[in-house]
Design a protein around this ligand. Structure first.
Ligand SMILES: NC(=O)c1ccc[n+]([C@@H]2O[C@H](COP(=O)([O-])OP(=O)(O)OC[C@H]3O[C@@H](n4cnc5c(N)ncnc54)[C@H](OP(=O)(O)O)[C@@H]3O)[C@@H](O)[C@H]2O)c1
Length: 348
C-alpha cells in the first residue's frame, strides 16, 4: 500500500509498483479463476487475466449468443469454456459477473458450489449490500471480495490493449482464509487496473449508483437535453444547438479536462468563455445539489435497487429497454448528433 495525497486527504492505495504483476501471479498461482457470465465485464476481465498469465476459465449458459461470443474470443468448449455449473465446480475463485438481476436468479446454483476455502468475487457491491432484496448471503467459510473497475468492461479491455489501465476499487466483505485482501489486490492488478483504492461493498454500491444516475449518465443526458431544447426554442438550428451542447464537449473540451483538469480547460478557452463559466458554475451547482441529495437518499434507502431488480428481472426487459433507447436515439437532438458524427472528416 502507498499513502498518497488526494487533494489534501491521505489515502492508502495500491499501484503496480507496490503490487507488481509477478506478485499477483504468485499470489494466485494455485487458483483457477472461473469468470461466470460473459456480458460486458466478463470478457474484459477474463481476457485481461488470461493475457496476464493467470489460469482462467469462463462459465456461460449454452444456447445463447453470448456463448458464441465466448467461442469467437478464443475460449474452447470443454477446456476453458463451460456451463455455469461446471465452471463453478472447477473454479476456486468464482467471479460473479452476470448482470445483477442474473446473479439473483442463479445464486442458489452458485452457492451450492461454494465449498470451504473458495473465493466469491464481485465487481459490484449490489448483491451483498441489498441482500434482503437479492437473497445473496454467502456461507461463512469462503472469502468474499470485490474489484470494481471504474468503467465499462469494453474500456477495460481496450485500455489494457493500449497499455493503459482503468482505476478500480477493491473491498473485502469476508476474510475466511486470512488471504482475502491479497487475493482481491492480486485480482485487481490481474484484470488490468490502473491504481486500486479501498472501499466497502456498501460504499461501492452507493457511490456507483449515484454516479451513474448522476453526472456520468443520468444528469449528463438531462443537462445536455435541457440546453439543446432551450437553444432550439430560441430559434437556433439543430446543427448549431448540437455543436454548442454536445460535439464541442465530447470532441474538444472534455478531453482537455481529462488531460489536465478543469482549470486547464478554462485556461485554454477565450477570456469571454472563462468569465462566464467561472460565474455560472456556482449557480448550476446550487441548482442541482438538492437533486443529488434526493438521488443519494434514494440509493441509500434501497429504492433504486428495488426499482432495478423489479424492472430488470422482467422477461421482456431487453425489449422494453430497446424501446426506451430507441426513443432517445430517435429524438431530434441525437438524430442531429448522428448527422454531425457522419460529417466528422475522419468518418468521410
Ligand atoms: N457493464 C460494465 O462494464 C460494468 C462495470 C463495472 C461493474 N460491473 C458489474 O459487473 C457485473 C456484470 O455486469 P455486466 O454489465 O457485465 O453484466 P451483463 O453484460 O448484463 O451480463 C450479462 C451476462 O449475464 C448472463 N445472465 C444474465 N441473466 C442470466 C440468467 N438468468 N442465467 C444465466 N446467465 C444470465 C448473460 O448470459 P446471456 O447472454 O446468456 O443472457 C451474460 O453472460 C455486475 O455486477 C455489474 O454491476 C459492470
Amino acid at each position: 500500500m502507498a499513502k498518497l495525497n488526494f487533494g489534501g486527504v491521505e489515502e492508502n492505495v495500491v499501484t503496480r509498483d507496490e503490487f507488481p504483476l509477478e506478485k499477483a501471479r504468485q499470489t494466485l498461482k494455485n487458483e483457477t479463476i472461473a469468470v461466470l457470465g460473459y456480458g460486458v465485464q466478463g470478457p474484459g476481465q477474463a481476457l485481461n487475466l488470461r493475457d496476464n498469465g493467470f489460469k482462467v476459465i469462463v462459465g456461460q449458459r449454452k444456447n445463447s449468443k453470448t456463448w458464441e461470443k465466448a467461442l469467437k474470443d478464443g475460449w474452447v468448449e470443454g477446456e476453458t469454456l463451460f456451463s455455469i455449473e461446471e465452471a463453478c465446480e472447477r473454479g476456486t475463485i468464482l467471479q460473479f459477473l452476470l448482470s445483477d438481476a442474473g446473479q439473483i436468479s442463479i445464486w442458489p446454483t452458485v452457492k451450492s458450489y461454494l465449498s470451504e476455502g473458495k473465493t466469491l468475487y464481485f465487481s459490484h457491491g449490489f448483491g451483498i449490500t441489498y441482500k434482503e432484496k437479492t437473497g445473496i448471503i454467502p456461507p461463512d467459510n469462503v472469502d468474499v471480495i470485490l474489484v470494481a473497475p471504474k468503467g465499462s468492461g469494453t474500456s477495460l479491455r481496450r485500455m489494457f490493449q493500449q497499455g493503459k489501465g482503468l482505476n478500480s476499487s477493491f473491498a473485502v466483505f469476508k476474510d475466511a482464509t486470512g488471504k482475502a485482501r491479497d487475493k482481491a489486490v492480486a485480482l485487481g492488478i490481474g484484470v488490468g487496473s490502473g491504481y486500486l483504492f479501498e472501499t466497502t461493498f456498501q460504499k461501492e454500491v452507493f457511490s456507483d449508483l449515484t454516479g451513474e444516475r448522476g453526472t456520468l449518465m443520468g444528469a449528463l443526458a438531462g443537462i445536455l437535453e435541457a440546453q439543446y431544447n432551450i437553444l432550439r426554442k430560441k430559434g437556433h438550428s439543430p446543427s448549431e444547438s448540437f455543436n454548442e451542447t454536445v460535439e464541442e464537449l465530447t470532441e474538444s473540451l472534455i478531453l482537455l479536462v481529462a488531460e489536465n483538469g478543469m482549470d486547464w480547460m478554462y485556461a485554454n478557452c477565450s477570456t469571454t468563455a472563462q468569465r462566464g463559466a467561472l460565474d455560472w458554475r456556482h449557480k448550476f451547482r446550487k441548482a442541482v445539489e438538492p437533486v443529488f441529495e434526493e438521488l443519494y437518499e434514494s440509493v441509500a434507502t434501497g429504492k433504486e435497487a428495488q426499482r432495478s431488480i423489479d424492472t430488470n428481472s422482467q422477461p421482456d426487459y431487453r425489449e422494453k429497454l430497446e424501446e426506451e433507447l430507441k426513443e432517445l436515439r430517435d429524438s431530434e437532438m441525437w438524430q442531429a448528433g448522428a448527422q454531425v458524427r457522419k460529417l466528422r472528416p475522419q468518418n468521410n
